[in-house]
Ligand binder design. Structure first.
Ligand code: NAP
Length: 283
């Protein structure tokens, strides 16, 4: 059996087009502020891509570039300004930050109603307790991919590999909210392969190229590979040994072209959600 490919590029393009149509029908244009501190080249590329995607979908993208030597106090002052700016619906501070700035202080300073990364403790708590809030973009993208592939989490055994605050934990919470039976495995799990074999939906978010082998996958399972690992040859690989896995799985995402493109599309979705939510709340 050769697995069906879940085409993240196509699903992300369709989502961006749907968002663009919704934005075009609004009497205002949602504003997204992306703050980049320093010169990290990978971050600069991400920020440029976010800018382009936002503008193409009719959002107003504001990129705030600050020098690497920016103090924490100066960054917090910039966030206070963006919190107070009525033109700004979403605020994203690109991570990683330079060492003199504590990411937790910065995330906590963002207005939770504008926290389009979903990292603010109030939004984290809302997700953990099953209440509405803004949720992290990459796991939201995985939920959108599952829906587009016609894979229903309700009642399914789902295994999430990885328990980071950015991907694994919110992923598990979203699957649970969608009525899956969720197991979270990590570097201290005793029998990783055995846990994975029980999964009808397997989400790998570990950051180890090819960790998940073909014989870790139940026949017909849906495999979502969040991992992005750059090999010595410069090529990108996921956390799943793709050639092996695709012979066993029912459906699988490639890397690149799977989860990756969904993250920016979901950032725009969150910005639109934040814009609508703030106006509903009269803010
Ligand atoms: P992270 O913060 O490094 O977390 C990795 C998680 O994997 C941790 O929970 C860790 O367990 C677990 N782990 C590490 N080695 C393991 C092993 N050998 N066996 C089992 N579990 C292991 O990484 P992250 O930020 O979640 O990102 C994970 C991957 O997703 C990375 O490749 C990253 O580049 C990618 N990513 C992609 C996107 C996208 O847009 N597609 C977005 C974000 C991240 P412990 O908790 O026990 O240490």
């Amino acid at each position: 059996m050769t697995a069906r490919l879940i085409d993240g590029k196509a699903v992300a393009a369709a989502l961006r087009a749907e968002l663009a149509a919704r934005v075009a029908a609004l009497p205002y244009r949602p504003g997204l502020a992306v703050v980049l501190v320093g010169e990290d080249p990978a971050s600069a590329v991400y920020v440029r891509n976010k800018d382009r995607a936002a503008a193409a979908a009719g959002f107003v993208a504001h990129t705030i570039r600050l020098p690497a030597a920016t103090s924490e106090a100066a960054l917090l002052a910039e966030i206070a300004r963006l919190n107070a700016d009525p033109q700004i619906d979403g605020i994203l501070v690109q991570l990683p930050l330079p060492p003199q700035i504590a990411p937790a202080h910065v995330i906590a300073a963002i207005d939770p109603a504008k926290d389009v990364d979903g990292f603010h403790p109030l939004n984290v708590g809302a997700l953990a307790s099953g209440r509405p809030g803004l949720v992290p973009c990459t796991p939201l993208g995985v939920m959108r991919l599952l829906a587009a592939a016609g894979v229903a989490p309700r009642g399914a055994r789902a295994v999430v590999l990885g328990r980071s605050a950015i991907v694994g934990r919110p992923m598990a919470a979203l699957l649970l909210a969608a009525d899956a039976t969720v197991t979270v495995a990590h570097s201290r799990s005793r029998d990783l392969a055995g846990e994975c074999r029980r999964a009808e939906i397997l989400v790998a978010a570990v950051g180890r190229a090819g960790l998940v082998r073909g014989d870790w996958i139940a026949p017909g399972a849906t495999v979502i590979d969040v991992g992005i690992n750059r090999g010595a040859d410069g090529r990108l690989a996921g956390d799943v040994a793709f050639a092996e896995a695709r012979e066993v799985a029912g459906a699988i995402t490639p890397v690149p072209g799977g989860v990756g493109p969904m993250t920016i599309a979901c950032l725009l979705e969150n910005t639109l959600t934040a814009a609508a939510g703030r106006r509903q709340a009269g803010r």
